[in-house]
Write a new protein. Structure first.
Length: 114
């Protein structure tokens, strides 16, 4: 029987599945033990009568910092910005790569001049 490791979706700490951890009762995010306890204290618990209690446990937090926007998922935020700018993520990535290549080229020219 092996041990699996996960990243907490709130603090990004790595934890194993043999310790204290849990899921958000709203978005299903994996939470390390400290964040799980913190979210329960901050946002309350599902309770035994909640429809999701059988999935995540009655002590799971109602929601977490990811649900309420306190912690921003960088991928979702990037997609939001791309949509807001009216460009695809691929177009923005290509534009960024071109920018970095120009920047690196300028840096290389400066180093050769010195």
């Amino acid at each position: 029987m092996g041990v699996d490791y996960y990243n907490c979706e709130i603090c990004d700490e790595i934890f194993n599945d043999h310790g204290h951890y849990g899921n958000c009762g709203n978005c299903e995010s994996m939470l390390c033990g400290d964040c799980y306890d913190s979210m329960r204290a901050k946002n309350g618990e599902l309770g035994e009568d909640h429809e999701k209690a059988s999935w995540y446990g009655e002590y799971s937090p109602n929601y977490c910092d990811k649900c309420d926007g306190t912690v921003i998922d960088k991928t979702a935020f990037f997609e939001f910005l791309a949509d807001k700018l009216g460009q695809t993520t691929e177009e923005l990535e290509a534009e960024y790569r071109a920018h970095m290549q120009r920047k690196e080229g300028a840096h290389a020219r400066t180093n050769r001049a010195n």
